[in-house]
Design a protein. Sequence first.
Length: 282
Amino acid sequence: MQRTYSLCVSQQRMPRNRTYLMCPPERYEVAYAINPWMDTTTPVDTELALKQWERLRETLSGLGHTVHVLAPEPHLPDMVYAANGAFTVDGVSYGARFKYAQRTAEAAAHRAFYDAGGWEFRAPTQTNEGEGDFAYLPAAYGGMVLAGYGFRTEPAAHVEAQDVLGRPVVSLHLVDPRFYHLDTALAALDDRTVTYYPGAFSTAAQRVLRQLFPDAVLAGEADAYAFGLNLVSDGRNVVLNSEATGMARKVEAAGYTPVLVELSELKKGGGSVKCCVAELRP
């Protein structure tokens, strides 16, 4: 189900066309538990997951964005969470090195995509899970990367990413295991504005975020639990999980247009909209 809220502010925000990478959940299942949301005793409807994923893809395409599709591979049920495979800035792709053995082989599939597309691919030496733990704001402080650590990505990867990408990286400590990736707790609404859930971060990280983004849209616990921060925004249209109605009202009040898409099956694996979408920045 998709639902679009009307924009009721005087100044409409301007979208920017984006390019994304997604991977269909043809082999999706919850066969193991590597985050608190995964429950191997809960049935997964793969057919429904595929329909919901396709609706998300159609929504992004309908908003004018280009969506590339990465073919799923056997025995890799989490490939649908395409954001975790790499992090790209200015034509450079910093590859992923997954923490858990169940996902390790995904990195090679993503590298093959970037190699075939002529990207400058930089293989990591440090554990990181791609755009799951990195967010880029090109207009904030001249171009800044926010980077999460605490559960999946090592702080040393932040240093490596800074060297590879040539952008300042700000490390943010995640402390709640339910928000195991940065993209479950923080999102870019446009090229300089973020929204985040303070409770997912350490006291020091909260202080840093307040200093850097005094006008951020703050999410509450209910917004975060509904995966309302695991969103994709083009600067005007904010695509987010249909359960996150409270978050939809907050982004609308901030001048954006919420677009709600149901991803109930993919939430069972611990992900929602952003987990399924990697942004490609040529």
